[in-house]
Design a protein around this ligand. Structure first.
Ligand code: ATP
Length: 255
């Protein structure tokens, strides 16, 4: 059964001084889908997810994400609507513990909490312990409960990447966007990541991720979208995509 529309893109484009990074993209993502975005280097994948997460305004077309209109909605409002993401390059705080890194994602010190804390009201401490419990749940969700007190820099590479996902979960998103989550992972770590993504989707999250590890994409996604020169050249179930001649020529063949 198809879920509600989470992302709706119509003719979405982004131009950088004459370079069409993304051009005429029509795409709908429904609740509960796990969509993998693949394509050669420079195909426009990062630009597309940057637009969807509200970081980069489109030059043409229209897009709504969880009801928010991209290009007219400030990025923090898009986050508040339920969009959360990780980045291609780790943005962890190395010297903070795993738990503290997740708390950063939970925006622990919201403005009302800050004011209440200034006034020394007990509700501020209540909010804090709720945030701690929520952060601990996020760590547990990605299998890092035992490492909550370890510094981020002491975690293995695969654990660091999962910690980034835990942090992205801390804001309790509906749409989770992952930018090359398996990059640099070994085979075992990538498999474990696949299982995590699948189980997050089973919990009702919608997931969009960019990934170069095609095997991982094909076994994890419900749908694969292929970009080439800024345009969608194919979109379909993993098995369809793997045998699509245009995809094989543009991407899989050279991978
Ligand atoms: P990769 O897999 O290497 O990360 P990608 O598919 O994510 O590539 P983008 O990074 O979105 O591709 O880039 C698409 C095109 O847009 C490229 O030609 C790139 O040089 C160009 N581009 C992206 N961002 C900018 C920018 N800020 N200014 C100018 N050109 C840009």
């Amino acid at each position: 059964p198809a879920g509600d529309t989470v992302v709706a893109l119509a003719g979405l484009g982004k131009e950088y001084g004459g370079v069409h990074a993304v051009r005429g993209v029509d795409l709908e993502i429904r609740a509960g889908e796990v969509v993998g975005l693949i394509g050669p280097n420079g195909a426009g994948k990062t630009t597309l997810v940057n637009m969807i997460s509200g970081l980069v305004p489109p030059s043409s077309g229209s897009a709504t994400v969880l009801g928010a209109e991209i290009g007219r909605t400030p990025v923090h409002r898009i986050a508040a609507a339920g969009v959360s993401r990780t980045f291609q390059h780790s943005k962890l705080f190395n010297r903070l513990s795993a738990l503290e890194n997740v708390l950063v994602g939970a925006h622990l010190v919201s403005r009302p909490t800050f004011l209440r804390r200034l006034l020394w009201l007990p509700s501020a401490r209540r909010d804090e312990s709720a945030a701690l419990r929520q952060a601990a749940r996020c760590l547990e969700r990605v299998g890092l409960a035992e490492l909550a007190a370890s510094r981020a820099e002491a975690l293995s590479y695969g654990d660091q990447r999962r910690l980034e996902i835990a942090r992205a979960l801390a804001s309790d998103p509906s749409l989770l966007i992952l930018d090359e989550p398996a990059a640099g992972m070994n085979h075992v770590e990538a498999r474990r990541l696949s299982e995590l993504i699948t189980s997050l989707a089973q919990d009702g999250l919608t997931i969009l991720f960019i990934e170069h590890n095609v095997g991982m994409v094909l076994r994890t996604c419900t749908r694969v979208v292929v970009l080439n020169f800024g345009e969608v050249i194919a979109s379909g179930a993993p098995a369809e995509i793997a045998s699509d001649p245009a995809v094989v020529e543009a991407y899989l063949g050279s991978a």
